[in-house]
Design a protein around this ligand. Sequence first.
Ligand code: ADP
Length: 272
Amino acid sequence: LADGVAAPRLTREPFIRVEQIGKRYGSRDGGTVDAVETVSFSIAEGEFVSVVGPSGCGKTTLLKIIGGLLEPSSGTISYGGLEAGRKRPRLGMVFQDAVLLPWRTVLQNVSLPIEVMRRDAAAGVSLARDLIDLVGLKGFEDKYPNELSGGMQQRASIARALVHDPAILLMDEPFGALDAQTRTVLQEEVSRLRRQMNYTVLFITHSVEEAVYLGDRVVVMSRRPGHIKAEIAIPRNAGWRGKEIEDAGNHRDFNEVRRHIWELVRSEIVRE
Ligand code: ADP
């Protein structure tokens, strides 16, 4: 798969450009921890970028910095195509835990961002219903979170992240807490959603298989302090696209890329 492992080239304008980002945390004993250093990369509009790397290498730190939840210690982030008056684009976030409000129904949870942003409520609810359909929760609009399985809760949180039409979706291990079967189904759903809607996504995962299956590009981070070790472009027309994960796993090119990336990650894992 020669073109599958070539250095990626952005064909579109960078939409998010991260330049020389570093983050130093204060540690409890009064020392410091350098979580990431000199991280630079770009995300184009409509691109799905997966980030993999050993545990503790600063993936979540990076996502939070891009999402504006955390200030970097050094470096800059710039965003393209901003609406007038905005410092950063509208972001949708999905974390490992769905964090739905237990006293609100699925529909009320999904439409919450519309209420918070004081958007047109009727239009918001109608969009929320469409998204609930899209993520496969039709018929569960009036259920409460404790009536849903973990996978269904995560579907609801994906719909909620999309309801205010984010320019970029930030996903941090969104399937990390799910059982293997549910995880597989949701990976396929996100792949389908992505092909249908062409969202821009930054997706953090421990799973190299998931990163390759979903991504247009896989960014591999080194051990802490995390920096970018490699970026691998995954062709959009790769033979396994649109297939179920099981079938992708039988595809020679898929396995070649997966193995290549896994070797890169493995060499960064520090033996305890
Ligand atoms: P990853 O997501 O790759 O597992 P994180 O970004 O969560 O990595 O963490 C990177 C490093 O920074 C880890 O060593 C972690 O312990 C440390 N770290 C993360 N958050 C804080 C914090 N708020 N204060 C101090 N250290 C932190």
